[in-house]
Write a protein that binds this ligand. Structure first.
Ligand SMILES: [Zn+2]
Length: 244
């Protein structure tokens, strides 16, 4: 098993590339994402290159090899399954599960994680709506839209929360916005950057900044799908996300 640091670097590179829709991450982006100095990043990138997990080109950045991509997908699978387990089996809130998953993702065995996946019924999405890579490195895809792009009268289901800071998640819970809740856009005032939605007989007005952090499924995807399409990794379409 790769070291904790290696796994965190690989995961960070993967998420930056996915979020930016770019094949490479820069040392600056990595230093910011991991809260370390650029010098620390540079020396770690040498280690990753030597282990054939990534290739580093000075002034251009780092990209994961197929092996690096597969490792990143395995770490994401562990992380997201642990979050799902903590939420479903231990009834922890979606604002509580991330930090423990961040620790456990590096130590849990493949055998145990697959037992958890089986017990949970092979879930495809975690408590924040993030897709859980399959054991063979494929990523489920569900087309979603930013709530901030939805016109009045759109019926929607909250499918994914991009900002997973505990404060924002608690605000959503207090507003009655939990994952998979269905609602309707009542008023969308683009000029005021405000959107009013109705969810379970409750009206909530959100600024665009908050609405942009909510990904919704509409139309045929309104109902919770049994199984969604998976696209083979590691080269799948990107969806922006800020945490896991
Ligand atoms: Zn997480």
């Amino acid at each position: 098993m790769a070291s904790l640091t290696v796994e965190n670097y690989v995961k960070a590179i993967f998420k930056i590339c996915l979020g930016e829709d770019s094949p490479r991450a820069t040392t600056g982006q990595l230093a910011a994402a991991l809260s370390v100095s650029p010098g620390t990043v540079t020396s770690m990138l040498k280690t990753l290159s030597e282990s054939r997990l990534a290739t580093y080109t000075p002034y251009e950045g780092v990209r994961l090899t197929d092996e690096g991509n597969q490792l990143a997908l395995r770490v994401l699978r562990r992380h997201r399954l642990i979050e799902t387990f903590l939420a479903q089996a231990l009834e922890m809130g979606w604002d509580e599960v991330h930090d423990d998953a961040e620790q456990m993702e590096h130590v849990i065995s493949d055998k145990l994680i697959e037992r958890i996946a089986a017990r949970l019924g092979q879930p495809q999405f975690d408590p924040h709506g993030d897709p859980i890579p399959t054991a063979d490195g494929q990523m489920p895809v569900l087309p979603t839209h930013s709530l901030a792009d939805c016109p009045a009268d759109t019926r929607f289901r909250l499918a994914r929360v991009v900002d997973q800071s505990p404060d924002f998640l608690r605000y959503l819970t207090q507003s009655g916005l939990h994952l998979n809740v269905q609602g309707r856009v009542l008023v969308h005032r683009a000029e005021a950057r405000a959107i009013t939605i109705e969810v379970e007989d409750r009206q909530i007005t959100l600024g665009h900044e908050a609405a942009e952090k909510l990904q919704v499924a509409v139309g045929a995807d309104l109902a919770i799908p049994d199984r969604v399409r998976v696209i083979p990794g590691p080269h799948f379409a990107s969806q922006k996300t800020r945490a896991t």
